[in-house]
Design a protein around this ligand. Structure first.
Ligand code: TRP
Length: 348
């Protein structure tokens, strides 16, 4: 007897192409773990709409983009089940039941939601008439609870995500414990988060986080020349105006990237020593980094080019996979409804 296989569920909002921050935070873990876990990867288009309901075309256009990123990065459609959130109504019903498990105060305390609300207000302004939090769409405020439904709908044990998502996993775990407390142990499975070795990658501008909205990202789909250009622009040690001035390695994005992506450890250590001693120029360090990045990205570009020839097949794959995945989400919802004493959805 082998032990029963454990399950992964994770996903992304389709609001733009995926970048190196996604790769080190979560994608690399997914690619590695798809061999050991039953793996569901969800494109969270309904969640993306909480921020983009006024421009739904963005979400639609990016759904296939994200599928191409997944296939490019090496998620294997023979191993992974891809799920389009908007085609899984069970998730939405689960979310409705979960909303009873969370107080308004708790929803407002989620630190990721808090900082996203802050960013939103800086971007769009917001009236203070009703006080800080009252001009947020409810759909946005509850997205972490909806995300708890994404995770539990597939009986996930493990959720590989970037660091900023850990509060979501924590909130999902709380929901699970409450549900199990009210409706019986084993009603839902309690998930755990998993972040990458380098959980957060700075942007090329040196800001703490690589992100599309900050315009400081290197995308998985960037051509080699674009990667070189972005690396050349990369923020380093601002005090080091000449190559013979000793430089700072700690917190220097170029070296954080070398640590994350350059497999040649010896070369990296040598660069660090020479950089600290003022014996190497930025150009040499950056050229080597661009080369290391392109070595990782090149096989992704090749796989992407291949799938790009067959876009209708990619779309069909997503639909077929989602239909298959619903067997699991329907069973989970049936289990919850039964324990809550609701009538079965299907007769018989
Ligand atoms: N909120 C996640 C993000 O912005 C995307 C997401 C949606 C997700 N549903 C999920 C991640 C379920 C993990 C599990 O990146």
């Amino acid at each position: 007897m082998t032990t029963p296989q454990k399950t992964i569920l994770t996903g992304d909002r389709p609001t733009g192409p995926l970048h190196l921050g996604h790769y080190v935070g979560s994608l690399a873990n997914r690619v590695r773990l798809q061999h050991e876990y039953r793996t569901f990867v969800l494109i969270a288009d309904i969640q993306a709409l909480t921020d983009n309901f006024d421009r739904p075309e963005i979400v639609r256009q990016n759904t296939l983009e994200v599928m191409l990123d997944y296939l490019a990065v090496g998620l294997d459609p023979e191993r992974v089940t891809f799920v389009l959130q908007s085609l899984v109504p069970e998730i939405h019903e689960l979310a409705i039941h979960y909303l009873n498990m969370v107080t308004l105060a708790r929803a407002l305390r989620n630190p990721t939601v808090k900082s996203e609300i802050q960013e939103r207000r800086e971007r769009e302004g917001g009236s203070d008439i009703f006080g800080e939090q009252f001009d947020i769409p409810l759909g946005f405020l509850i997205y972490p609870i909806h995300q708890a439904a994404d995770i539990t709908a597939f009986d996930a044990d493990l959720v590989p995500v970037g660091e900023d998502q850990l509060p979501m996993i924590e909130q999902a775990r709380e929901v699970v414990r409450r549900i199990n407390n009210y409706y019986g142990e084993g009603t839902l499975r309690e998930p755990e988060g998993l972040v990458g070795e380098q959980p957060r990658l700075p942007g090329i501008d040196g800001k703490a986080k690589m992100s599309k909205s900050l315009g400081n990202a290197i995308y998985l789909k960037d051509p080699a020349a674009e990667v070189e250009r972005k690396v050349r622009m990369m923020f380093t040690d601002p005090n080091r105006v000449r190559a013979d001035i000793p430089g700072r390695v700690e917190g220097n994005p170029v070296f954080i990237y070398h640590d994350a992506f350059n497999p040649n450890r010896e070369e990296v250590e040598d660069f660090k020593a020479r950089y600290r001693a003022g014996k190497v120029g930025d150009v040499e360090v950056k050229n080597s980094l661009a080369r290391a990045l392109n070595e990782i990205l090149e096989p992704m570009r090749a796989r992407r080019a291949d799938w790009e020839q067959r876009l209708p097949a990619v779309e069909q794959m997503l639909l077929d996979h989602t239909a298959r995945a619903r067997a699991t989400s329907a069973a989970v919802l049936d289990r919850l409804r039964e324990r809550m004493g609701l009538r079965p959805l299907r007769a018989g």
